[in-house]
Design a protein around this ligand. Structure first.
Ligand SMILES: [Zn+2]
Length: 76
């Protein structure tokens, strides 16, 4: 037994089952349209490979770099 729902974006019938990955939407496209621009911004950040691959050493380097930037800033 499976239910049928209507895609909130395009009103297409969507079978409510595990295979319908984007339910209640018929497709990823419709899901993205519904979530709107702010959500796609967030997704871009979440999918950015750099965020999860920053190591301790990189953080130290970054901190040293930012500290240097601050020093230059305050000198001017
Ligand atoms: Zn749709």
């Amino acid at each position: 037994m499976s239910s049928i729902v209507k895609c909130p974006t395009c009103q297409k019938d969507v079978v409510w089952q595990p295979e319908s990955e984007y339910r209640p939407f018929c497709s990823k496209r419709c899901q993205m349209i519904d979530l709107g621009e702010w959500a796609s911004e967030n997704n871009r950040i979440a999918q950015s490979p750099q965020v999860s691959e920053i190591s301790e050493a990189d953080l130290d380097k970054m901190e040293a770099f930012l500290t240097q930037q601050d020093n230059d800033f305050f000198k001017n």
